[in-house]
Design a protein around this ligand. Structure first.
Ligand SMILES: NC(=O)c1ccc[n+]([C@@H]2O[C@H](COP(=O)([O-])OP(=O)(O)OC[C@H]3O[C@@H](n4cnc5c(N)ncnc54)[C@H](OP(=O)(O)O)[C@@H]3O)[C@@H](O)[C@H]2O)c1
Length: 180
């Protein structure tokens, strides 16, 4: 079974995924009267599980909505003692090196993974562990906040698979890691 780590994320023009206060309202800045999903559900159908940073996990459980995932969510954290009772059986705490974490997740039969959260994505990129990036760029400069990307030791090249314009305003870029 092929292992694959993918990112599907919305970012501001200046590369932030949340504003200074963790705010995400700007993700809905472009009217979407027909609730276009921009490929999200097709993407979600193809993955086996999510790997999410603690901050993103806490953001999602703080939303006043039902748990939005049908697939298991593995939460990366070295500070969280345990997953709250309300989310046990849906989310699972993992720690160790990314290599150990991935080994643990693969051994449970999950090979196609959705990697989510800024620091988490940065950690995976630092170890060249991201295979595909699907990035939706919104027409706003946030000026600061939680960055999607950070510094890396090595340059990583990607190849563009597809680009789409959604709602006349959002550009969705689908890149695949170019290896070798
Ligand atoms: N625009 C979008 O589409 C989108 C998507 C996802 C998230 N967001 C937003 O982006 C913000 C989250 O960003 P963030 O940069 O804080 O990142 P994050 O990846 O969600 O969370 C970072 C935390 O995850 C844990 N972590 C990450 N890598 C780890 C590793 N290798 N080992 C152990 N623990 C690890 C650490 O938790 P501990 O401190 O507990 O050790 C770290 O502090 C949130 O506001 C979220 O709502 C936006």
């Amino acid at each position: 079974m092929e292992n694959k780590n993918q990112v599907y994320i919305g970012t501001s023009l200046d590369g932030f995924i949340a504003d200074e206060n963790g705010g995400l309202e700007w993700l809905d800045m472009v009217p979407n009267p027909n609730n276009e999903d921009m490929g999200y559900y097709v993407f979600m159908d193809k993955i086996d599980a999510l790997v999410m940073g603690r901050t993103t996990f806490e953001t999602v459980i703080g939303f006043d909505v039902d748990w939005p995932y049908k697939k298991p969510v593995f939460v990366l954290s070295s500070s969280l003692g345990e997953i709250p009772n309300s989310h046990q059986g849906k989310a699972f705490l993992v720690n160790g090196t990314l290599e150990e974490v991935l080994e643990q997740i693969h051994s449970q039969g999950h090979h196609s993974l959705y990697i989510d959260g800024g620091k988490t994505i940065q950690g995976f990129l630092k170890e060249d562990l991201i295979d595909e990036l699907i990035i939706t760029v919104l027409p706003v400069l946030l000026g600061g906040g939680f960055p999607l990307f950070g510094s890396m030791k090595d340059k990583l090249e990607f190849e563009l698979i597809e680009s789409k314009v959604h709602l006349g305003q959002l550009v969705q870029l689908h890149y695949k890691r170019k290896r070798g």
